[in-house]
Design a protein around this ligand. Structure first.
Ligand code: PEP
Ligand code: MN
Length: 446
């Protein structure tokens, strides 16, 4: 049986981006309580996802990872979960149909509640308070009480994640994700947009194909009626992630059972840091972000530490260079990692290298930059003969106005209309669908 280091040992190694709690007894009580709670996912499901990621790394599938930058407790409602799931199902069906490739569906949900921040504190009008670190840590409201890190929130994360995942499982296996529902996923506001009409035409094609198969008496496989959908989040808070790490009874190996896939963020991927150490011990499929400062040697050292047996599907490098840097920065990484025979799935995070502040103060991204980064990602892999295994997006099923450009031609001025994200800007429903059609074209050509 593999032992994992204790929480104390991990803290002694040194962990970046952790909150400073003022009540260690309350933290210990929350951790003890979490350790008694049932797993949210089964280790066998994590292994299934690992096998699917391995297939994507060979070009036999494509990973779509998407959802909020940061989930919030107030938004863990039935409507929100359904809308988020629906837009991901729509994107997945577009990619599957238009590119004829199975799509591995991974939500940034049911656990995505903790955020790394560039500064520990925030100052407004001369008042300095702890920075908002996600609902897992403190409140967004700018008051001393709300910004105080509260360990009770770790338990709230568990309960919000459990109810979110329960609804996702009900929808994905209980009929909502049935391929015959493809039309009904298209709501009014989308249907009236050009991309909505494009989607309608595709849905009609799928209906015809299904009717044809029925007419000839072809098999009606389970896959037509349900989908496999996986949860993922950045495993940032050591207290929560460690408490949710359990020994799998089948294999005697440790798994993080708070989500199917967990990833290491750009700010916590230090080779000698506590996060990399922790991740090296769990058996889930894991991601590691790589930004423009990452060197090929760093990537190789991370792979050696995180996946010493070179197991396929175990490690996903999620690159986030920015549209302006990916064509220059990515080739040397991919080339060297590939030359060393390292087995890794390459996923393009088309969001985090493209964030900037608009003239009116909103944090935003340009739809065109997001697309251009994905195009650069495909171009680099095509030139090297390697496999673009998937994309990561921050998106929502609602009609928010957080990212400029796209078919709706949202302007900086328009951001104020419905800007709801508490951290990073997300593609709205129409922009998500547009992106799926455009990425499907790239995928078809690859
Ligand atoms: C994120 O995925 O929301 C995030 C914070 O990304 P990164 O670690 O790449 O900055
Ligand atoms: Mn983000």
């Amino acid at each position: 049986m593999t032992q994992i280091p204790s929480l104390e040992q991990l803290h002694a190694i040194g962990a970046a981006q952790q909150p400073t709690y003022d009540d260690p007894v309350a933290v210990a009580a929350a951790v003890d309580r979490l350790r008694t709670l049932p797993p949210l996912v089964f280790a066998g499901e994590c292994d299934d996802l690992k096998a699917k990621i391995a297939a994507a790394s060979r070009g036999e599938a494509f990973i779509l990872q998407g959802g909020d930058c940061a989930e919030t407790f107030v938004d863990a409602t039935a409507d929100n979960v359904r809308n988020k799931l629906r837009v991901l199902l729509q994107m997945a069906v577009v990619l599957t149909y238009a590119a004829s490739v199975p799509v591995v569906k991974v939500g940034r949900l049911a656990g995505q509640y903790a955020k790394p921040r560039s500064s520990d504190s925030e100052t407004r009008d001369g008042v300095t308070l702890p920075a908002y670190r996600g609902d897992a840590v403190n409140g967004f409201e700018f008051t001393p009480d709300s910004r105080r890190p509260d360990p009770q929130r770790l338990l709230d994360v568990y309960h919000a994640s459990a109810s979110t995942l329960n609804l996702v499982r009900a929808f994905t296996t209980g009929g909502y994700a049935d391929l015959r529902q493809v039309h009904t996923w298209n709501s009014e506001f989308v249907r009236n947009s050009p991309v909505g009409q494009h989607y309608e035409a595709m849905a009609a094609d799928i209906d015809r194909a299904l009717s044809f198969m029925k007419a000839i008496g072809a098999a009606d496989p389970d896959e037509f009626h349900r989908v496999d959908f996986y949860s993922s989040h950045e495993a940032l808070l050591l207290e929560y992630e460690h408490a949710m790490t359990r020994i799998d009874s089948r294999t005697d190996e440790p798994y993080n059972v708070s989500g199917h896939m967990v990833w290491i963020g750009e700010r916590t991927r230090q080779l000698d840091g506590a996060h990399v150490e922790y991740f090296s011990h769990i058996r889930n499929p894991i991601g590691c972000k790589l930004g423009p400062t990452a060197t090929a040697d760093e990537a190789l050292s991370l792979a050696a530490k995180l996946n010493p047996t070179n197991e396929a599907g175990r490690l996903t490098f999620i690159t986030r260079f920015g549209a302006g840097k990916i064509r220059d920065g990515l080739p040397s990484l991919v080339e060297k990692v590939t030359a060393e025979g390292v087995d890794v799935a390459w996923v393009c995070d088309a969001m985090h290298g493209n964030t900037f502040e608009a003239s009116n103060g909103y944090k935003t991204r340009r739809f065109e930059d997001v697309l251009d980064e994905v195009q650069g990602f495909f171009d680099v892999h095509r030139a090297l003969g390697t496999v673009p295994a998937g994309i990561l997006v921050e998106n929502t099923g609602d009609d928010v106005t957080e990212i400029i450009g796209g078919g709706e031609e949202l302007t900086e001025h328009g951001l104020a209309h419905r800007y709801e994200s508490v951290v990073d800007p997300r593609l709205n429903r129409v922009q998500s669908l547009e992106m799926a059609f455009l990425v499907a074209e790239m995928l078809r050509g690859s």
